[in-house]
Design a protein around this ligand. Structure first.
Ligand SMILES: [Zn+2]
Length: 378
């Protein structure tokens, strides 16, 4: 092969922010990008030289890198949701109403005296295969197959209110478990083992590398600059505008400078919430209102919609992080990233050696493009 690797260009950007009147100050947040390109002799262009661009970005909080390449090359695949309801594919579902009471576990008396927590369709049970000391599974709906359009305001609000109520409850019972989080796999491309919509809620001393790296870096940022990273991030992104999607109540929605998912990532930050105890039903309402806008974008199938784009996203991962007591550096934030199979022939997943072995996210969508697309819905 006659590949030529071009030298790396480094660009680093510390934005200047207008604060009120004329004063302009430079932000301590640095957005660093390594722009690069690779040249090869293209077989479909008579083997003439062809140059493809790619980028590596550095997360301004954690310092971890992420690749951006293969732009526009991966399209979300349509899922045949009806097939998930057929007996041969559905198989046995413990979350379906006809089985739920009989086969799902109950909490011990000390945790939930009633055994399970219920709010309309939302039902919270312990995980039969716990990942942590307190490991709750929240079944979101009565029906087994619920498309994104069916994740309506009532279902989302009930689920999140009940889940947060559970987190507050176990925080009171086990104050020695400092971190609280919600995680969510929706539909099989996301890695979800059950199609039936459900979320997971944890109180834990071991919330995962992403959580702990962010937590430590947020503390370091406050110590070094005297500023809260998350408030600063909102201010910087609002001022520069290219990744600021919109404000919903007490929350701000952004597209992440480095996406953890292949189709880009949206983030919702609550800059004034630091622990789960501070997360009110009002905050849940704000999160749900923003989420419904994201879902509208995900479910865009009309070819006459914005930019003639068919989004057709059927699956995602999401998380909601709450920091420990007694700190004001690590603000509550929610992430959502779309997931897809690469194709429906052999169901190749959209994560590969990059994520599995290099610990490196790869995205085919630039955050600024995702922001432009999502802003139409905010
Ligand atoms: Zn089910």
């Amino acid at each position: 092969m006659n590949d030529v690797q071009k030298s790396v260009i480094v660009s680093s950007f510390a934005p200047e922010i207008k604060t009120g009147g004329q004063r302009i100050m430079s932000s301590p947040i640095q957005f660093q990008t390594f722009e690069s390109e690779s040249t090869f002799l293209h077989p479909r262009k008579g083997f003439s030289p062809f140059t493809e661009r790619f980028e590596v970005r550095v997360d301004p909080l954690t310092g971890r890198t992420g690749h951006f390449s293969h732009f526009g090359a991966i399209k979300p695949q349509k899922l045949n949701l009806d097939s998930y309801a057929t007996p041969e594919i559905k198989g046995f579902c413990p979350f379906c109403l006809e089985n739920r009471d009989r086969v799902t576990p109950k909490f011990t008396d000390e945790v939930v005296a009633e055994g399970r927590l219920v709010r309309n369709e939302a039902c919270l049970i312990p995980n039969l295969f716990p990942y942590d000391i307190h490991s709750g599974v929240l079944i979101m709906t009565d029906p087994h197959v619920v498309p994104i359009q069916g994740l309506n305001e009532t279902r989302l609000f009930d689920s999140l209110v009940l889940g947060v109520q559970f987190l507050k409850k176990i925080k009171a019972i086990s104050p020695d478990l400092p971190y609280h989080l919600m995680t969510w796999n929706y539909m099989p491309p996301s890695g979800g083992g059950l199609v039936h919509p459900h979320q997971q809620y944890f109180a834990t001393p071991n919330p995962g590398n992403q959580f702990l790296d962010e937590l430590k870096a947020s503390e370091g940022f406050l110590d070094a600059s005297g500023a809260n990273y998350w408030s600063e991030l909102i201010e910087v992104e609002r001022a520069t505008g290219v990744r600021y999607i919109g404000q919903v109540g007490a929350s701000s929605w952004l597209s992440s400078f480095v996406s953890l998912g292949i189709l880009g990532e949206a983030m919702c930050v609550f800059p004034d919430v630091f622990t789960v105890d501070q997360f009110t039903e009002g905050h849940v309402g704000d999160l749900v209102a923003g989420l419904l806008k994201i879902f509208k974008y995900y479910a865009t199938t009309d070819i006459y919609s914005f930019n003639d784009a068919t989004t057709d996203i059927y699956s995602f991962n999401a998380s909601l992080f709450f920091g420990p007591e007694g700190q004001r550096s690590f603000a509550c934030h929610f992430r959502i990233t779309a997931r897809t199979f690469l194709n429906m022939r052999d169901y190749a997943p959209d994560l590969n050696f990059f994520q599995a072995l290099l610990g490196e996210p790869v995205s085919v969508m630039m955050p600024e493009e995702l922001c432009t697309a999502l802003r139409e819905y905010f």
